[in-house]
Design a protein around this ligand. Sequence first.
Ligand code: SAM
Length: 238
Amino acid sequence: MELALPSAGVRQPDDLDTVRASYDRVADAYVEMVESTGLGDIRTHPWLEAAVDAFATSVAGLGPVLDVGCGPGLVTAYLAERGLDVRGVDLSPRMIAHARRRYPTCSFDVASATELDLADASYGGLLGWWSLFNLPRDALPEVLAAFARALVPGGRLLVATHVGDEDRVRTEVYGHAVTWTTYQWRPEQLANLIEGAGLTTVAELRLPAEPPIGPTVVMCAQRTGWDRQGVAGDGPER
Ligand SMILES: C[S@@+](CC[C@H](N)C(=O)[O-])C[C@H]1O[C@@H](n2cnc3c(N)ncnc32)[C@H](O)[C@@H]1O
């Protein structure tokens, strides 16, 4: 199944097709990098793995999980191994071809984060794991708002992305020509966007640059209205 339905209230970025074509061009090299160096594999990075583990624990039993911008499917498969009902979607058909080859028992579809037809309150968890940084600055809030609506009360969003202020125009990545912009965000800006979308931040992890990766932020946010202990409102003091 190929998903291509516009999300309510989300504009399609003008450069979506060129970004898709760029990821198609680099997909083989990206997978080769992951397989030969472990870069991009959370299992080689204890802090990133811990963040995904905590997310997985916190959404267990809440409903399906969607890994948006799943690339070759590593995190999707990791979450499936942990027993979650998870599916991956990605803009790039070539990335999805790799995901299906690597993880034949997992479910993957081709779709942009801006094209998802997400029913209200239908997901226990959503991820934008290193996959939302190509969304133009005015598109990200709309995507986050669609994500927020799609979460069940108590459901959680996990985002990892590049920290900074730049709109970094990239022409070569993973040894191949690309045409995309990496929109960096300061953690407080990202937190404001996430909260503006109607979610409540539950955790934030800041990591310094570890070349070749620059500084990173991981944020987890929750759709409010319910908590894991089933206590409505503010809950107990501790
Ligand atoms: C650096 S890779 C990360 C892949 C995966 N999340 C991981 O960590 O292994 C970035 C991915 O985001 C995808 N992507 C970029 N823009 C997207 C969009 N608008 N919708 C869905 N996926 C997108 C790319 O195709 C690419 O596979």
